[in-house]
Write a protein that binds this ligand. Structure first.
Ligand code: GRG
Length: 297
């Protein structure tokens, strides 16, 4: 049997870094300040989405090389969303990944362009990786999947509803829909991207991984709501207590803190249960779900 996934997490983070080095224009490349700011924004973070892509790839028996582009692309989109979310017109935050947000370290116009540049680069990475053993049809499917998850029917749509809902009390159903779009769609896409790299995948296996992604995506955002209350800004590397200050509906505000924690635990358990058909081969995703469940930032 393979060594546990935990033993390979650092290798995967390094693979991702190498993929960024291939994809990102060098800091000195024209226009130098924009490219330096793009690199600033990409640094740091837990890299959970790329790890989900690589872990799902292991469960499906895929070579890591086939997953470098989707792992890199999903993180580029994620980083763009964080940079834009931190802008004064949105969440207006000064701290991200334990240091000044991109618009504080540079300026607002640069931060907007950093997000725009990272988003375009994500799709270029997927479209242009011809050395990964993927067919053009597979790469096109990945572009489609990522666009759907990131766009107005996914993350961007969730963000629009989130901003419009500030100050109003949402029902649980409304809040769940918001979370499923804003945060869940991108996490679910990690599993779907790995599936797109697997030719002739059985429907049962695809459905199981999709259920896992759906549950982890929602649980991750509920946890984020809980950590916003319980963790410090130092631990989080971003400003804690923002949800209450901005009068946002959250799982703890709608159902109470203990019930929110119980709902997240239930979702993590359901995600793991869906992996039963992979038997011991599911260890990478089992481990990652426990790692995410135990996170403190
Ligand atoms: C601006 C289009 C647009 C979308 C913004 C992702 C997002 C939508 C907003 C971020 C606000 C937020 C804190 C959402 C909660 C879930 C989340 C995405 C947390 C940050 O992800 P982590 O914890 O961050 O994986 P790192 O820095 O580790 O990558």
């Amino acid at each position: 049997m393979n060594a546990p996934f935990a033993a390979r997490v650092e290798d995967y983070r390094q693979r991702l870094q190498a993929a960024f080095e291939r994809a990102l224009p060098p800091a000195g490349c024209y226009p130098a300040r924009l490219h330096e700011a793009m690199r600033y924004a990409v640094d740091g973070g837990k890299r959970l989405r790329p790890l989900l892509v690589y872990a799902a790839g292991e469960v499906l028996g895929l070579p890591p090389r086939a997953l470098d582009a989707p792992a890199c692309a999903i993180e580029l989109i994620h980083v763009y969303s964080l940079v834009h979310d931190d802008l004064p017109a949105m969440d207006d935050d000064d701290l991200r990944r334990g240091r000044p947000t991109t618009h504080k370290a540079y300026d607002e116009a640069t931060a907007i362009l950093v997000g725009d540049g990272l988003q375009a680069l994500a799709f270029q990475v997927l479209a242009s990786d011809r050395e990964a053993g993927l067919s053009a049809a597979q790469r096109l499917q990945m572009v489609d999947l990522l666009a759907e998850a990131a766009g107005s029917r996914g993350m961007v749509g969730g963000q629009a509803v989130d901003l419009a809902s500030e100050g109003s009390q949402l029902t649980l159903a409304e809040l769940e829909a918001l979370h499923v779009h804003k945060t869940g769609a991108m996490i679910r896409a990690c599993l779907r991207l790995a599936c797109a790299a697997a030719p002739a995948l059985r429907a049962e296996a695809r459905d199981a991984l999709d259920h896992y992604g759906k549950c982890i995506g929602l649980a991750f955002q509920i946890q984020d709501d809980v950590l916003d209350i319980e963790a410090s800004s130092t631990a989080l590397g971003k400003t804690a207590g923002k949800d209450e200050a901005r009068l946002k509906s959250t799982y703890p505000s709608v159902m109470g803190l203990p019930a929110a924690k119980a709902r997240a635990a239930e979702l993590f358990a359901s995600a793991r249960a869906a992996l039963a058909l992979f038997n011991d081969g599911a260890e990478p995703l089992q481990w990652l779900s426990r790692h995410i469940e135990g996170r403190d930032h």
